[in-house]
Design a protein around this ligand. Structure first.
Ligand code: G4P
Length: 534
């Protein structure tokens, strides 16, 4: 029984794919599903551009392929491994949602467009992974087209991201017409057959040892000697293979391929599963909690409502950190200080969503939520209760006044806004002295306003007006002597906007850091807080 539990943990791989939009994250995800046998025919996913920022990229896969996932996680088996891929929003703005998702993974795959190299969004997402020391694997995509030279890409990763790269594979042939990949650990080349299916099916290939006479017989003299030269260079001048550095997030194993034409994808998947870490321990206020700790524990990293528009349901996604999860098990909800039962847990297999009976560390489970959960909550079993480390809160930087176009829809508007606030998508403020016909909404990125507009329309049938406000910083306010902060007592309050957050804490919105300095200088009794003070 114990052995089974440990094996279940060891075979799990929970990760996210991160990339700049258009680098190929969706295509690669789809191909991993194809190779995992979770879908049988991959199709090029067209015309997804129009809505991409508002919905999960996977919803597009779902639409195109008829898979009913609409979820934040895909689960499937490959080579004995149980894979959990977590979706990260595919839009330009860095969002808290992405950060929270990365709190729930054990490793990340970074997809880079071979022609474009490291792009802005990749850099931001990478920084989050690095801060958390998450092992990062690199997949250089679009090798079927002309791109930057592999050595230049390696250097770019090292100089722009500040992480050393260890190529696990290396392209064979000439740029734009690569024929296959060399596998450095196996010392083989894999040459791919012509792709006649436009990437819809697994690509046929043939392996040869390298260097060898067999390889010399199938490669041109030039390709052969170029490859020999490159490999020699990597072996002598490149980084040494150090798996412990990969585990610490200090060395990224690098793979080359084309998600669209299924070139190098299987190679990547297999090596990745072999090297990627199984469920890792998590820090709590009572010390480190190992995955094989027999008592169940998990944290909520995401809340999403209306995943199924027909039911208006709300799911809290938990990442299991230790112990075995069973349906109907009683657990202790630490933040609420009460026992709860986990009934109707949902898990997401590639084909559909189903009620599950058990799950293990590394797994993501969706729980029906009637308002019990908040992001960052811990649930655990056993006598000694503990709390996992808090999620970071990002101070909002964009603000807008938001109101319903049609005042008759005020009720739905309030309901929708409250829901999205609870999900952590936006932060809500009320302007001091104003009625609640309109709210001030704060977000980390501008794009969240598009999402807000889209979701209020789609899920609550409310059209809204959004008027951007000129503020860029928010500070929660308190006085050193403990007296209440009011608009009247604060000198210069009119230089910004005095608002209250949803639990009525005073907040000042200001244009810039300079204005902050002025306020501080003129209110010696004042303390400014970047995040809400308990
Ligand atoms: P994303 O999720 O990271 O945003 O990227 P996505 O997979 O949507 O891919 C973005 C575009 O890049 C798509 O083209 C996709 O077909 C293409 N692409 C993905 N992988 C490869 C590859 O290995 N080689 C080449 N040449 N292209 C690739 P699109 O124009 O948006 O759509 P479509 O018309 O190709 O379907």
């Amino acid at each position: 029984m114990k052995k089974n539990f440990e094996e279940e943990i060891k075979r799990r791989r929970t990760f996210a794919i991160i990339s700049h939009p258009d680098a190929g994250k969706t295509t690669l995800t789809e191909k991993l599903l194809l190779y995992g046998g979770a879908i049988h025919l991959a199709g090029s996913i067209k015309s997804r551009k129009t809505q991409r920022h508002a919905v999960s990229d996977w919803m597009e896969i779902e639409k195109q392929r008829g898979i009913s996932v609409t979820s934040s996680v895909l689960q499937f088996d490959y080579n004995g491994c149980r894979i959990n891929i977590l979706d990260t929003p595919g839009h330009q703005d860095f969002s808290e949602d992405t950060y929270r998702t990365l709190m729930a993974v054990d490793s990340a795959v970074m997809v880079i467009d071979a022609a474009k190299g490291i792009e802005a969004q990749t850099k931001k997402l990478f920084a989050v992974c690095k801060e958390r020391n998450i092992p990062i694997f690199t997949f250089v995509n679009k090798l079927d087209r002309y791109g930057k030279a592999p050595l230049d890409l390696m250097e770019e990763i090292e100089t722009v991201l500040g992480i050393r790269a260890y190529p696990m594979t290396w392209p064979v042939g000439v740029d734009g017409q690569y024929r296959g990949v060399y596998n450095r650990l196996e010392k083989t080349i894999e040459l791919f057959a012509q792709d006649n299916t436009h990437g819809q099916k697994e690509r046929e290939s043939q392996k040869y040892p390298f260097p060898s006479d067999e390889a010399a017989a199938v490669l041109s003299e030039e390709d052969y000697s170029n490859l020999e030269f490159d490999i020699d260079l990597l072996d002598t001048a490149g980084e040494k293979w150090q798996p412990e550095k990969v585990a610490q997030g200090k060395l990224t194993p690098m793979f080359f391929g084309s998600a669209m034409t299924n070139f190098g994808v299987q190679n990547f998947l297999e090596e990745y599963l072999r090297l990627a870490p199984p469920p890792q321990p998590h820090m709590s206020d009572k010390g480190i909690i190992a995955a094989d700790n027999p008592e169940f524990s998990a944290f909520v990293f995401k809340i999403q409502a209306n995943m199924n528009p027909a039911h208006h349901d709300r799911l809290a996604f938990i990442r299991i950190c230790s112990g075995k999860f069973t349906r109907n098990m009683p657990v202790y909800h630490v933040q609420r200080d009460k026992e709860i039962k986990l009934s109707q847990p949902q898990q997401f297999l590639a084909q559909d969503r189903q009620i599950i009976d058990e799950a293990y560390p590394g797994d993501i489970v969706g729980l029906f939520d009637t308002g019990t959960f908040s992001i960052g909550d811990t649930i655990c079993e056993g006598k000694e209760h503990f709390k996992f480390a808090d999620f970071p809160i990002f101070p909002p930087e964009k603000f807008a006044r938001v109101s319903a176009k049609n005042t008759m829809k005020r009720k739905q508007f309030m309901k929708g806004i409250a829901q999205l606030t609870q999900e952590g998508a936006v932060q809500l403020f009320e302007q001091a002295g104003l009625s609640t016909e309109s709210y001030i909404v704060g977000t980390v990125g501008k794009l969240q306003f598009d999402v807000l507009e889209y979701r209020l329309k789609k899920e609550y049938n409310v059209d809204i007006d959004i008027v951007m406000q000129p503020y860029e910083v928010a500070r929660w306010l308190s006085y050193k002597d403990g007296s209440p902060v009011t608009p009247e007592s604060l000198k210069g309050a009119e230089r910004g906007m005095f608002v209250y957050d949803i639990v009525k804490r005073p907040v000042l919105l200001l244009n810039n850091e300079w204005a902050l300095g002025w306020i501080l200088n003129n209110n010696p009794n004042l303390i400014l807080h970047e995040t809400p003070k308990e």
